[in-house]
Design a protein around this ligand. Structure first.
Ligand code: IDP
Ligand code: MG
Length: 153
């Protein structure tokens, strides 16, 4: 089953929303296969946000993403990348639809609560960038057969 990569950004840590955000993913039926707290630095952010390094807001984004440690997560589910991106909402929280995580928890374009991988290819790259193989776990979930029909598993 597909896995995707999520960062609970410093805005989430500072606003004590860690539990609320993780609860949203778990209630949806996504399985947490990896989770840890880590301090990001400019080097890893230049890789992770390579498409943005030349943008004028990049220094501010680095300041924001290094302000506190973050929580990085791997979530597993059918079509997990698409599902989690849909739950995330538009980049700017003020434009993100109500019901999405950004739409419900934020007011900023930069301080926008979470990062989520935007394609299956990037999910694999990002999981490998932030996690060692032994930090990702495959374990049985008793609820699995209540979350998915047999032909969806
Ligand atoms: P995404 O997080 O919705 O995939 P990206 O365009 O990949 O959006 O941008 C990565 C992150 O960079 C955003 O989540 C946000 O924190 C920040 N960002 C993007 N555009 C802007 C901007 O115009 N001003 C400030 N920060 C921005
Ligand atoms: Mg992006």
């Amino acid at each position: 089953m597909e896995q995707t990569f999520v960062i609970l950004k410093p805005s989430t840590i500072q606003r004590s929303l860690i539990g609320d955000v993780i609860t949203r993913y778990q209630r949806k039926g996504l399985i947490v296969t990896g989770i840890k707290m880590m301090q990001l630095d400019e080097k890893i952010l230049r890789e992770h946000y390579a498409h943005l390094v030349d943008r004028p807001f990049f220094p501010s984004l680095v300041d924001s993403m290094t302000r506190t440690p973050v929580i990085v997560m791997v979530l597993k589910g059918k079509d997990a990348v698409e599902v989690v991106r849909a739950m995330t909402g538009a980049t700017n929280c003020r434009k993100a639809a109500p019901g999405t995580i950004r739409g419900d928890f934020g007011m900023s374009g930069q301080e926008n609560i979470v990062h989520a991988s935007d394609s299956p290819e990037n999910a694999v790259i990002e999981i490998n960038r932030f996690f060692k193989p032994e930090e990702i776990f495959d374990y049985p979930m008793p609820t699995f057969n209540a979350i998915y029909a047999p032909d969806e598993q």
